[in-house]
Design a protein around this ligand. Structure first.
Ligand SMILES: Cc1ncc(CN)c(N)n1
Length: 222
């Protein structure tokens, strides 16, 4: 029997849970996250999304057929039309202008994570790249669902971060996440144990870099 996406998360369960249930995430759910930490995260996430849009363009380049090309195109559209659009509106609400964003220096955690994924994708094939991208796409979809199941999560106007949860629990993002899981399930079913071990390393590294990204927000680190 072949591998599935859940075998990747099972192989690094501790890091995966530390990412999904990070203190930053808990603060978003409870609504008591420090506002400066959120503002710092939002700004860096804008820079992050630009680099991840480039990674989906790389996925298009690495695609072998029309289906994969369309999936890369959908991934790029999800980032540009769903996340970045909402993100810019959200930044405006939080007093961050597009000029502020244009001149913003990248924090080390942003640099490390985005360049790691772009490098993994350049060196490897489409499966390497999409495994390195999976903590981002699948992770945020799962975080929104996990938050909704937690007793401490506050929804509605009483939580200043409610719109953030709404974006990731919404249909466009959840649908993109399910499509990605289905593609990864199909491709992982074909790989050898040695190939799977290499993919686990990529997935674990990217998951740890997601943890560092949350921590960068909490610490307001540059
Ligand atoms: C750091 C990070 N990781 C994931 C996502 C969800 N695309 C995001 N916006 N930012």
């Amino acid at each position: 029997m072949g591998y599935r996406f859940s075998d990747l998360t099972d192989a690094c369960q501790q890091d995966w849970r530390a990412y999904l249930e990070h203190d930053f995430v808990r603060g978003l759910g409870a609504g008591d996250l420090d506002e400066d930490a959120f503002r710092h995260y939002l700004q860096q996430d804008y820079l992050f999304l630009i680099q991840f849009a480039r990674a989906y363009a790389l996925a298009a380049y690495k695609s072998r057929d029309l289906t994969e090309l369309r999936q890369a195109h959908d991934g790029l559209k999800t980032i540009l039309d769903v996340e970045l659009d909402l993100h810019l509106g959200y930044c405006r609400d939080w007093g961050i202008t597009e000029e502020d964003l244009a001149t913003l220096p990248e924090a080390r955690a942003t640099l490390a994570y985005t360049r790691y994924v772009l490098d993994a994708g350049s060196r490897g094939d489409l499966l390497d790249l999409r495994v390195a991208l999976a903590p981002c796409l699948v992770g945020y979809g799962e975080i929104a669902r996990w938050l909704n199941a937690q007793p401490f999560t506050v929804r509605g106007d009483a939580n200043p971060y409610d719109a953030w949860i709404t974006m990731y629990e919404g249909e466009p993002f959840q649908a993109a996440m399910h499509a990605e899981r289905a593609w990864l399930d199909a491709r992982l079913a074909e790989v050898t144990p040695a190939r799977f071990d290499g993919l686990v390393r990529l997935f674990r590294d990217a998951t740890r870099l997601e943890i560092d990204f949350w921590q960068m927000g909490l610490d307001r680190a540059d």
